[in-house]
Design a protein around this ligand. Structure first.
Ligand SMILES: Nc1nc2c(ncn2[C@@H]2O[C@H](COP(=O)(O)OP(=O)(O)OP(=O)(O)O)[C@@H](O)[C@H]2O)c(=O)[nH]1
Ligand SMILES: [Mg+2]
Length: 434
């Protein structure tokens, strides 16, 4: 019995020794840190832990401005000397690493965010836009995305958008005073205008919400508490498309080249929607000469030295710009002049000509940038980069015949002329096509 017991003790000691040796051998070959799974978690009840300090909204209207949370993919250094069984392939969406399709772009990030104004019903259309932006750019950069709405976002909207955006997502409710008639607006007069525009079949002419939208985009989105943390924005609308890879960070480009406003498509505004917009702009110029830039881009806006507006504007459904400029005293004085004149409601001023006139008057002309290499579509116009070599290098999938840049209703040719820029090779042939 005693001899048998000693044998058992010997077996146990040997087994323990083997186990210890095995443990040390196996852990010494582990040169690669385990890759943490990157699976965005959404609990259906909105965000759990906002990553960015949530601003103090100081307003009871802003009850919905919390943010969903995503982890950024890990950028571990990988060595070939590892045990594959410890790093299983992601074969299904539930497997760790499913989202790690390729590396995160190295280098710094700018204090910037995407921003989208949308209704809950826009969810599937904005989902398409996000997919384009992520596939062509943001999956490698993971910039944040702010969503703003005049009504609280519902769970479906938050769930779908937060699952698609690679950066952090934030959802904000617009304060009532930024989405309503200011007290100086004569309601009867505004209602008559809407009826008249409806009779004349002017696009969105009878819409109240469209007017609130244009006024909000003109004067308020950049001051929403969720936007106050950022210095640059990139506006994205539902149902837009990006056709080419974006190989560099446009936010960094803006920052490093001291750009304050940028565009991809420009065109002429419908005259019926802005009969007195230029009068208001001139009033601003007269009252605030201190805000007018010396080397400005007035010649893009006016063909007669500022007497009249030629209706050229940058299409604002795409914009990358400086929030600090929009929050400057110069821009706010400008917006308040326009707002007091009431044309957002007595006419139907769009935020595109409002932003463009501001940029053309208050920025130095070299602060406005045309992103030729960002290929873009918003119904019904396309910007497809001119030059086959460039399109191939950027893996573009747009049809160059659809490019609007050099067509008669575009102002981009004028922009090049006024800026003294050389137009890209091939522009003349494109301009001759229908
Ligand atoms: N929350 C909210 N967003 C709106 C409302 N109306 C428009 N928007 C958003 O404001 C932006 C501009 O509106 P659009 O309807 O796209 O206007 P548009 O680009 O001039 O016209 P479309 O050709 O219809 O695209 C989009 O991002 C819309 O989702 C609204 O009443 N509430
Ligand atoms: Mg739109």
């Amino acid at each position: 019995m005693a001899a048998g017991g000693a044998r058992y003790v010997r077996y146990i000691i040997i087994s323990l020794f083997v186990l210890i040796v095995f443990y040390f051998v196996s852990s010494s070959t582990d040169v690669v840190p385990p890759i943490k799974p990157h699976i965005p978690v959404y609990n259906g009840n909105g965000p759990s832990t906002p990553k960015q300090p949530t601003p103090d909204h100081g307003s009871t209207h802003l009850t919905d401005s919390t943010g969903s949370t995503h982890s950024s993919p890990n950028s571990h250094k990988v060595s070939n000397n590892y045990d594959p069984s410890k790093y299983p392939l992601a074969l299904t969406p539930n497997d760790p690493g499913w989202n790690d399709l390729s590396g995160i772009a190295p280098g710094p990030r700018i204090n910037a965010t995407f921003v989208t104004l949308a209704r809950n019903t826009d969810v599937w259309e904005i989902a398409k836009s996000i997919r384009h932006v992520e596939d062509r750019f943001n999956r490698r950069y993971n910039y944040d995305w702010v969503f703003l709405n005049d009504k609280p976002f519902d769970d479906l909207f938050k769930k779908i958008t937060s699952s698609l955006v690679s950066g952090k997502t934030h959802y904000g409710l617009i304060p009532k005073e930024h989405w309503s008639f200011p007290e100086w607006i004569d309601q009867d007069k505004a209602a008559k205008v809407r009826q008249d525009m409806k009779d004349r079949k002017i696009i969105y002419g009878d819409s109240i919400s469209y007017r609130h939208m244009c006024r909000f985009e003109s004067g308020f989105f950049f001051r929403h508490p969720l936007m106050m943390n950022y210095e640059y924005y990139w506006r994205v609308e539902p149902s837009v498309e990006l056709f080419c890879d974006i190989h560099y960070d446009p936010f960094r480009y803006m920052h490093e080249h001291k750009k304050k406003y940028s565009f991809v498509i420009s065109l002429y505004e419908y005259p019926e929607t802005i009969p007195t917009l230029w009068d208001s702009a001139r009033k601003f110029m007269k009252n605030h000469p201190e805000h007018i830039a010396e080397d400005n881009l007035l010649r893009f806006l006016s063909d007669d030295g500022g007497e009249t507006y030629n209706r050229c504007h940058f299409w604002s459904n795409f914009e990358i710009g400086s929030l600090e400029w929009l929050r400057s005293k110069a821009y706010i004085d400008y917006f308040e002049t326009l707002d007091k004149d009431g044309g957002f409601f007595y006419e139907r001023w769009g935020d595109a000509p409002v932003h463009s006139i501001a940029a053309g008057l208050m920025l130095k002309r070299e602060e406005i940038h045309f992103f030729n290499d960002i290929a873009y579509y918003h119904v019904p116009f396309t910007h497809c980069p001119t030059g086959e070599k460039l399109r191939t290098a950027l893996k573009c999938h747009c049809n160059p015949d659809d490019n609007f840049d050099w067509k008669g209703y575009s102002c981009t040719s004028k922009f090049f002329d006024v800026q003294g820029l050389k137009k890209p090779e091939g522009w003349e042939e494109e301009s001759k096509k229908d």
